[in-house]
Ligand binder design. Structure first.
Ligand code: MGD
Ligand code: MGD
Ligand code: MO
Length: 815
């Protein structure tokens, strides 16, 4: 295999292909230095956990240790390719600072102990609070990075055995808007499209989605189409010159937070030019007339002013969408974490409904996930959803779940919408939640407004349990720390963005006495002595496979039907897309091919919400609006962001990702190749803004918002003038700047705003106001931000796309 440096060349060599052809195989592999393929004892089946793409891979084991990975050439998702994080990230799992024993706080200090002591303390506090204050005093905050079996168990414990309404996942920060937008349009969560649509599409639109850096392998698939015959045309909507923007036929760089105004203008133009599939709209949707009325008020000229875009570009974008015969759209955090998140994501669904672009090859919507198993958190109901895409507001659905669990329905809380993460934090702050169990997430770096988060997590009345692999910024605040095993050290399944389920098998032993999350949850349930209606131990399952089989019963008949999937099938064929049942034993590539939706009042997962206020609809309203369960076209007015730039804070601050790191870097920061590729935080600024502020490439600067301050080096690049971008990967576990007085000046979330989308309750990480000033002391060295993708400096040579020669970055900024 020819050596490629995945850091310098993340997307690898092109394997061009044409429309309707099979994406060629290219198997990527990385083994530890000195290890040859012949040295490997075993290859163990798994898939990637550092994004949502679900790339299938094998883990190489030698002498009981992980020594590398290779892609699966046959898998439908990646045909062998792996991204740099997957090629190198496993090294963190062998890191010498893994947690190996439980810890409990004694006299203010965390000290090592045994499992019995730690778990007894957790149980004692649970029992005390349940007796004194009831289930509402307990909260659970989990992840998008565990296995399906673990979420299903946690959901059964939290919503069933304990009966608290306060359970959510970090999926609230991630894909709550994807789920909400799917419910609003189609009545139920569940990804309509398939990655296979890339093979057929003639137009691909990416909305607020930096796919080149965040789903590297999926982007390689698009690059391969671009390099082949009859390539698709690309539309990119992003305020930064990402690699997606550079490859696009048309790049719109709107003012952050104005997505709805832009979408309304695009819909306006589709309607004006009659690019509408009237037969589809008539047969399969409700709400068209209202959309016509609302978008009438959004001619491109108006959107051009609001979004600060050239009016011709908006018209051209509409013509691109309107001329498509097979349109694929993807949506991610530039919409989900921005102003009017759900409202904007729903307008992308509307484009597809108007054009009848659903359920056939190349015509699909991907309301993307971010984390490897965010889909499972939602479908299992370990967040603010009810298990199996059930409707918490529908008593029949609650009764149905109670029957499956063999519990009294009254135990499953459904008196109000489930509490969302930001509200759980608020209750912890106010003292009504006094027990919080955090698993596989690091809120002390990833939640907005960190000063407040640190304060509330250290609250005197809060008993905080943290279950992680490492001593994170959050674990440091805990009363009990539980050391967990991770992928490769435990068995389970997880489901990617396009509903593909993979099995990941245990390859090596966890370090020390670390245990799989499933084992920890079940151990807790047994120690709490939870029982079902017949007095049997609850949950009734006891290992990964029996948990999976139990989950199949909970999802059977619902859209997320796994009843045809088994561990054996996953071992035999690799990735399988749900729904998979007796009728579709090989799974289902696209939802809604027949134009029938799971949206009837009896079946829908949600009665929906008002897109501006977020006020929930009642059953009667839903029934009146959509008695037959069609797809819903929902119109909405543009509303400006709450926090806008002013004289004191003249910039819009957006935050996000770089190619080489995953979130709070607990894994990628411990993989030397990845850490070297992006060692320090930076702030992106346009050349004109830099000139005006007297800042040059690499200069130390201070960024300040009404909540906090950040110190970083400047990267002068092609970002839209008026906008600053900061990656949110850098917390404090590997600095000594977080001293007792709290020198917290490195995490992006010191500055972000404690505000959320009214519909999905997803925090607004992508619209805050900020100021910037030079700190002096520049030494002429450039910032260490990567030069391969969106953060490339002006004048840099950026890797070629579309088979063109390398392009020079424009030196006048992005817009
Ligand atoms: N390398 C890497 N890959 C990852 C992850 C990671 O941490 N690192 N995390 C995974 C996870 S959990 C997630 S959720 C995904 C996220 O994947 P993405 O959503 O692709 O990543 P982000 O960088 O958060 O945001 C995407 C883009 O939104 C743009 N944006 C900001 N504000 C606006 C706006 O108002 N309008 C528009 N149109 N665009 C805007 C930003 O410029 C940015 O380029 O990535 C997954 N993959
Ligand atoms: N400013 C800003 N903030 C953001 C975002 C943004 O774009 N901008 N994006 C948001 C998004 S989309 C997301 S998804 C979140 C991510 O935010 P977090 O979830 O807080 O980030 P991670 O670093 O992935 O944290 C996961 C933790 O789980 C641990 N872990 C990994 N595997 C396992 C396991 O198998 N078991 C257990 N018990 N622990 C495990 C890791 O060590 C790590 O500490 O951040 C959000 N915050
Ligand atoms: Mo995410």
């Amino acid at each position: 295999m020819p050596f490629r440096d995945p850091i310098a060349d993340p997307w690898g060599t092109r394997t061009p292909y044409g429309p309707g052809e099979r994406w060629p195989t290219r198997v990527d592999r990385h083994l530890a230095e000195g290890v040859e393929p012949d040295d490997v004892d075993r290859w163990v089946r798994s898939a990637s956990i550092l994004h949502s793409n679900g790339d299938a891979m094998d883990i190489a084991v030698k002498d009981g240790r992980i020594v590398g990975v290779r892609g699966h050439g046959e898998d439908r998702v990646n045909r062998g390719r792996l991204d740099p994080k997957d090629l190198y990230g496993w090294r963190a799992e062998r890191s010498s600072d893994r947690l190996t024993r439980p810890l409990v706080r004694r006299d203010g200090e965390l000290v090592e102990t045994d499992w019995d002591t730690a778990m007894d303390l957790v149980v004692e506090n649970s029992r005390r609070l349940l007796a004194e204050r009831g289930a509402g005093s307990m909260g659970f905050y989990t992840s998008g990075q565990l296995f399906l079996e673990e979420y299903y168990t946690l959901a059964a414990i939290g919503h069933g055995a304990i009966g608290t309404n306060h359970m959510d996942g970090n999926t609230r920060l991630c894909t709550a808007t994807a789920a909400a937008a799917l419910k609003e349009s189609f009545g139920c969560d569940g990804q309509p499209g398939s990655y296979g649509d890339i093979d057929h599409a003639d137009v691909i639109a990416l909305y607020g989605h930096n796919m080149a850096e965040t789903q590297v392998v999926l982007w390689s698939r698009i690059l391969d189409r671009l390099a082949g015959p009859n390539p698709p045309r690309l539309l990119c909507v992003d305020p930064r010159p990402t690699s997606v923007a550079r490859a696009a036929t048309l790049h719109l760089a709107p003012r952050p937070g104005t997505n709805v105004a832009l979408m309304n203008a695009l819909l306006h133009e589709l309607i004006r030019t009659d690019r509408i599939d009237h037969a589809y709209v008539e047969a399969h949707t409700v709400g068209y007339e209202e959309l016509v009325r609302t978008t009438e008020e959004y001619p491109p000229e108006r959107a051009a002013r609001i979004c600060d875009l050239p009016v011709e570009d908006i018209r051209e974008a509409a013509a691109l969408l309107g001329g498509a015969e097979r349109l694929l759209s993807t949506v991610l955090q530039g919409f989900y974490q921005s102003n009017q998140a759900t409202a904007a994501a729903v307008q992308v669904n509307n484009v597809h409904l108007l054009r009848g672009m659903l359920g056939r090859p190349g015509a699909g919507v991907l309301q993307m996930n971010g984390q490897p198993s965010a889909e499972n958190t939602r479908e299992c109901g370990a967040d603010g959803d009810l298990t199996g895409f059930r409707n918490w507001n529908n008593d029949r659905h609650v009764a149905d779940l109670a029957e499956i669990w063999n519990l009294d329905p009254i135990r499953i809380p459904h008196y109000a919408p489930p509490t969302h993460a930001m509200q759980i934090m608020r209750y912890a702050e106010k003292g009504s939640i006094r027990f919080l169990w955090v698993s596989a997430t690091n809120p002390a770096v990833s939640l907005p407004d960190l000063r407040r988060v640190r304060e509330l997590l250290t609250g005197r009345d809060l008993f905080l349990v943290v279950q992680d692999l490492f001593m994170t910024e959050t674990a440091e605040l805990a009363d009990v720390v539980l050391p967990a095993a991770t992928r490769g050290e435990k068995t389970g399944t997880f489901t990617n963005s396009d509903r593909t389920v993979h099995l990941s098998e245990k390859a090596v032993e966890p370090p020390g006495s670390a245990r799989p999350d499933l084992e920890i949850f079940l151990d807790y349930a047994r120690r709490m002595d939870f029982r079902d209606a017949d007095g049997n131990p609850f949950p009734q399952w006891n290992d990964p496979e029996s948990a999976f089989e139990a989950w199949k019963r909970a999802g059977a008949g619902r859209l997320c039907d796994y009843s045809g999937i088994s561990y054996d099938l996953l071992r035999r064929v690799g990735g399988v897309q749900w729904p998979c049942d007796a009728e579709h034993p090989e799974g289902t590539e696209r939802l809604y091919a027949d134009g029938r939706f799971r949206a009837s009042p009896e079946e829908c997962e949600s009665y929906g919400r008002d897109l501006v206020t977020g006020a929930p609809w009642e059953e009667a309203e839903y029934r009146a609006a959509n008695p037959e369960g069609k797809a819903m076209i929902k119109a909405v007015e543009y509303v400006p962001p709450h926090e806008e730039p002013d004289a004191r804070y003249p910039f819009t601050l957006i935050t996000g990702r770089t190619l080489y790191h995953f979130h709070t870097r607990t894994k990628t920061g411990r993989a030397p190749e990845l850490q070297r590729a992006a060692p320090e935080v930076w702030v992106e600024i346009s050349p004109s803004d830099a000139r005006e502020a007297g800042v040059e490439e690499g200069d130390p600067v201070e960024v300040r918002s009404p909540r906090g301050t950040l110190h970083a080096r400047a990267r002068v690049c092609g970002i839209r003038p008026g906008v600053l971008f900061v990656p949110f990967h850098y917390g404090y576990w590997d600095t000594d700047t977080s001293d007792e007085d709290g020198d917290h000046d490195r995490a992006a979330n010191e500055m972000t705003v404690d505000d959320w989308d009214p519909v999905s309750k997803q925090p607004l990480f992508k619209t805050a106001a900020a100021s910037l000033r030079p700190l002096g002391g520049g030494d002429g060295r450039p910032s260490s931000a990567p030069t391969t993708a969106a953060s490339a400096p002006v004048g840099a040579r950026v890797p070629a796309t579309r088979g063109r020669p390398d392009t020079e970055e424009r030196s006048d900024g992005g817009a």
